[in-house]
Design a protein around this ligand. Structure first.
Ligand code: G6P
Length: 631
């Protein structure tokens, strides 16, 4: 999830774009870059690291005349294709240096396009998917110019818009693309498919950005682009078409937030924004994972298929919320792959002298890629010759660098300390790895894998629907703010969900909360139940694993009989649970193993709202850090 800014108008474009990037830096910050058009040249500068590195480089170049320009585009990057280096930072230029492109998203068919371009002697200078778009656009611009006015695009800006339309019609995946052409100095063109893009309407100037916070200090009139639209901005106006060139309209709106609310997309907290982003984060994590032959594609694989066939045991090692994702993964991997899988807390792992060898696959899960406990466990496993596969949200961080293979979650930067979208994308990554192993080892056929993937692909829409109906959960949260304890119970994959629900509440609301395997209640924890004790019960789907669901319903009856106030999370259509629920939270139907993608979400909202009602800092809870780099 990168940050994108474009400007055209009469003021110093470079400064406006840099200011916009600063406001968008929260979206991604492993590298940054700008392109400015001035005096018939495109000047670019790009640097790995924070925006400050780019600004320093620009100051150093001031002497050699980096211009303020009147047209500029800028980018802060959160790497997906290609590590976070100067070379891979955006903008990317065409080989002739006449076109510059920045991009947010993933171009799924980039390997095919790259091969096609290389066959025409185009030399790539980066590892990114974005560079394809720069070369393709330059080729289309050349073709259009050679065709002359007969191509139906008489003036430069129209030519640029047509060039962009021709390019995006060839792209698959999700993208926001912005481009400038040196021969069209007063225009920026952009295209949007499944990635955010808004236009800021100024007076004699116009803006483009990933979100309104980038231009809110200049204008409050904005246009949200629809899917599959191309927009051309010039100082004189804004023109929108669809990908075929037919005139189209965006959604005009007035921004009434202040600048800091705008960064949070109008939400009160980053955490709420990140909860709302989960459907998109899941969709992005699934993008490009299925090859044309129906096989799962990992990102960086320094393991052979034979290595993966030789695996006779899997260890999953992680901390905190990532550990809970690992607990869910165990159920999926053992069920699909039929090899033993153990889940370990990273801080405990190496001290108990685990038995590892070359045929052990260790899966480490870390949002940040820097958690010291997880890193030390990884190093211990490598010393024992185990193969290590990382699931990580931060491209180029230490954990993926030291692993033998990596699957990146494309959740985008997570700002709130309490993990939400990273968790659901880790689940998706775990499912993909399970399916990949099952396929390679011949225990699942391609069509069986594709059937699960298609269920996964349906989850973003289901989650959007769920998120649209959370008002009751918010009201319940306000009601529970004075509770002294809240208990969570679940079975099977509902057990880690119960643990995650309790962890969120501890982290954010500073309340006593415990998660239990529902079947363990009777062996001790049931003594905690008092008159009115809130107990959140995660009920499995009645479809497929009916026995499991009936057992949880019995557990609900046990706690109710002892006075508990039950908050039941159950699947749509499971009407029989109503009788046992003081509060019912209904989630969309999902296959049992995938259900945590749904059932966790109301618990995130519950914890966030209880914390807010208790007056706590939701995004930065006391005593916690986003990335814990000490053991
Ligand atoms: C910290 C954070 C947790 C996170 C855990 C693991 O404790 O507060 O939210 O789950 O670290 O972080 P990682 O980056 O390795 O997933």
């Amino acid at each position: 999830m990168c940050g994108i800014v474009g400007y055209v108008g009469g003021r110093p474009a470079l400064q406006i774009v840099l200011d916009g990037l600063r406001r968008l830096e929260y979206r991604g910050y492993d590298s940054a870059g700008i392109a400015v058009i001035d005096n018939s040249v495109i000047l670019t500068e790009k640097k790995a690291g924070k925006l400050a590195n780019l600004e320093k480089a620009l100051v150093e170049r001031a002497g050699d005349g980096i211009s303020v320009g009147s047209t500029a585009i800028g980018h802060t990057r959160w790497a997906t294709h290609g590590g976070p280096t100067d070379r891979n930072a955006h903008p990317h230029l065409s080989a002739d240096g006449r076109v510059a492109v920045i991009h947010n998203g993933i171009i799924e068919n980039f390997a095919r396009l790259r091969a096609e371009l290389e066959a025409t002697s185009v030399e790539f200078v980066s590892d990114t998917d974005t560079e394809c778009a720069a070369h393709l656009l330059a080729a289309e611009m050349r073709a259009l110019r050679e065709a002359g006015a007969g191509a139906g695009a008489e003036d430069g800006p129209q030519l640029l818009a047509e060039g962009m339309r021709r390019v995006v019609r060839r792209l698959e995946g999700a993208f926001t693309l912005l481009a400038v052409d040196v021969e069209v100095p007063d225009a920026v063109v952009a295209a949007r498919r499944n990635s955010p893009l808004v236009v800021g309407r100024g007076d004699g100037e116009n803006f483009l950005a990933s979100d309104v916070s980038a231009f809110i200090e200049h204008t409050r009139e904005a246009v949200e682009l629809g899917q599959d639209q191309v927009v051309l901005i010039t100082p004189a106006g804004i023109e929108i078409t669809d990908f075929t060139g037919a005139p189209a309209t965006g959604k005009e709106f007035h921004i009434d937030w202040d600048a800091s609310a705008a960064e949070k997309g109008g939400y009160d907290y980053f955490m709420l924004k990140e909860i709302a982003e989960q459907p998109q984060a899941i969709a992005d994590t699934l993008l490009g994972r299925l090859s044309e032959r129906g096989e799962i594609v990992l990102d960086e694989v320094r393991l052979t298929d034979q290595d993966l066939r030789d695996v006779d045991k899997v260890f999953i090692v992680a901390c905190g919320t990532s550990y809970h994702a690992g607990m869910v993964a165990k159920y999926a991997i053992e069920h699909w792959v039929r090899i033993p899988c153990e889940v370990e807390l990273a801080s405990e792992f190496r001290y108990r002298d685990p038995i590892l060898d070359r045929s052990t696959l260790m899966i480490v899960i870390s949002q940040s890629g820097e958690t010291m406990d997880t890193l030390m466990a990884l190093r211990h496993a490598k010393e024992q010759k185990a193969r290590v596969l990382a699931i990580c949200n931060t491209n180029g961080s230490t954990i993926p660098r030291e692993s033998d293979a990596v699957l990146y979650t494309h959740g985008g930067p997570e700002i709130a300390v309490a993990s939400t979208k990273a968790f659901v994308t880790q689940l998706v990554a775990c499912y993909l790895i399970g399916l990949h192993l099952a396929q390679i080892r011949g225990v699942m056929y391609a069509d069986e894998v594709a059937a699960v993937v298609s269920k996964l692909q349906a989850t973003p829409d289901a989650l959007r629907e769920l998120l649209g109906g959370m008002e009751d959960v918010r009201a319940l949260a306000r009601d529970l703010r004075t509770a002294s304890t809240i208990l969570f119970i679940g079975r099977h994959v509902g057990f880690p969900v119960a643990l995650e629900g309790a962890l969120k509440l501890k982290e954010l609301a500073y309340m006593h909360a415990e998660g239990f395997a529902a079947g363990e209640l009777k062996h001790g924890p049931i003594a905690l139940i008092d008159e009115g004790t809130p107990v959140v019960c995660v009920v499995p789907s009645p479809a497929g694993r009916g026995v499991l669901r009936d057992k949880v319903v019995s557990n609900i009856q046990e706690v109710r009989a002892r006075g508990a106030r039950t908050i039941v999370i159950a699947e749509e259509g499971d009407d029989a649970v109503r009788a046992y629920a003081d509060h019912l939270i209904v989630v969309p139907r999902t296959p049992t193993l995938l259900a945590p993608l749904m059932t966790t979400v109301p618990l995130q909202i519950l914890a966030c709202e209880i914390a807010a009602a208790r007056g706590h800092d939701v995004d930065q809870p006391r005593n916690l850090a986003k990335s814990v780099t000490v053991e």
